[in-house]
Design a protein around this ligand. Sequence first.
Ligand code: B12
Ligand code: SF4
Length: 527
Amino acid sequence: MNQKILYVRLPCNPIFPIGVVYLSDHIHKLFPEIEQKIFDLGTVTPLDFNQALEDCIDQFQPSLLIFSWRDIQIYAPVGGRGGNPLQNAFEFYYAQNPLTRLKGAVGGFKVATAYYGELWRNEGLIRRGLKRARKYDPQARAVVGGGAVSVFYEQLKTQLPQGTIVSVGEGEKLLEKLLQGQDFSDERCYVVGETQPRERMIHEWPTPIEKTACDYDYIQTIWPEFDYYLQENDFYIGVQTKRGCPHNCCYCVYTVVEGKQVRINPADEVVKEMRQLYDRGIRNFWFTDAQFIPAKRYIPDAIELLQKILDSGMKDTHWAAYIRADNLTPELCNLMVKTGMNYFEIGITSGSQELVRKMRMGYNLRTVLQNCRDLKNAGFDDLVSVNYSFNVIDETYETIRQTIAYHRELERIFGVDKVEPAIFFIGLQPHTHLEEYAFENNVLKPGYNPMSLMPWTAKKLLWNPEPLGSFFGEVCLQAWSTNPNDFGREVLRILEDKLGCAPLEEALTAPIGKKNISNKKQLVTSK
Ligand code: B12
Ligand code: SF4
């Protein structure tokens, strides 16, 4: 096998490129004779992208180019992290003052230009890289995958060079088959210009693989810029402890990208992997699982892992993850604190049990509160980010009042300064129940372009429907003008001023009769 594989992580904020690290590790374990190299455009300055890529290809002369594309979509959290796109959109859509609308339009135009600029730039880098590699090997081939491609694979089919293999979800098995010259058409992929993505391909289950500790001694030999991530001590280096999420939250695509079947990586292997990073000076880890504790039955696995981390003797470690806080026990809380969890995100989305059910999230908000108390009692005294997405389905003034009550209770548990409300509006994603809901309710038509940032489409994708859309628009605009640096808390304060706060018990109780909402029919007809 004479392949030479170059992994190109396309430009991205400097988040550790765990995807290409795992892929190259997997391939090395199977085919140790194959020469590989990692090239991370996340560590290159924008003006140098083209030149740096070409230099790397000239020097390495790969026969297979693996392009990893992490993010495309830019809406999401506000309040310090990328708030501008949302602010511009809201100024443009909802401001009463024509000058503010104009400011929003100008800002929105800049955001759209940057967004399309990045898309074209990445497509250009793929074309350029492939062309350059073909100078040395006319048979050179490109495969494209990663988080962004998994979400938008259908739209990319007209934008990539003929013959490019476009991959959805994890890529280990696909690359394995490709390198063995086997038929890979049953993997979640298609070939541009040759095959079409199968209908509902993203819903197919990924082929499970047995994950072992990544061999960082090897990774260091194929990745000259690895040290970049070791120098700053505020990086949270990704470590995956499992794949898959069994839930059905209406707006979430993780559960199809990773699949519903949860596959646990053996705890000893995870600790072995962390130990290698630890020995290189890393103290901060991000467990990159869709959910660290996806359901109650995985609590013993989380306990086993954390106990093993504790027993390993690694000191001063910190870790963060997405946590479903309905799946905690006092024992687990204790271990979380002892192993240094210093940040976690709970995506309850709403503090109203009624809405949480309607969104099919499967959370019991009362249990979440009790578990948070256990965590506090175990000594947790760090930051919790609570993600709220207003106005997803059937939001009313009453459910807003309930969310405020819920948040105030979290503040009583953890302390006001320790609970950060991250106010999102859902960026509607393809292949989610919310997309189906939008079709059924004629908000979107099948065939719409989920990657479009044109104002008329973007307004629908940035999910904030009327009758409450304008109300939230105004509240957010007010918050940006009065306290932009503490946007989330300010939004809640304004909402409470306007609407008041419900009794907590009301937030925790879903009225009988509206209970059984977790089937499709109810979801799509609930408006
Ligand atoms: C953990 C996570 C985070 C953590 C990361 C922490 C850390 N230090 O690593 C945090 C919370 C910080 C985060 C932030 C954001 N994230 Co995030 N995040 C994830 C999540 C849940 C897992 C990513 C991960 O690391 N997985 C584990 C690794 C091993 O998998 P991987 O990198 O995807 O690689 C595998 C496959 O993709 C594939 N693969 C990768 N490349 C290639 C290439 C080829 C050729 C092939 C064949 C296969 C392949 O094989 C790999 C190994 O199996 C995903 C959703 C998901 N379930 O995938 C979203 C996701 C990647 N995030 C996303 C986004 C948008 C963001 C933000 C930009 C949001 C925002 N607007 O602020 C931010 C900022 C990120 C940045 N670049 O600055 C999107 C990206 C797609 C999109 N919508 O554009 C995702 C897919 C979620 C989503 N559905 O929208 N995120
Ligand atoms: S939002 Fe979280 S719990 Fe719900 S399906 Fe997605 S990953 Fe799973």
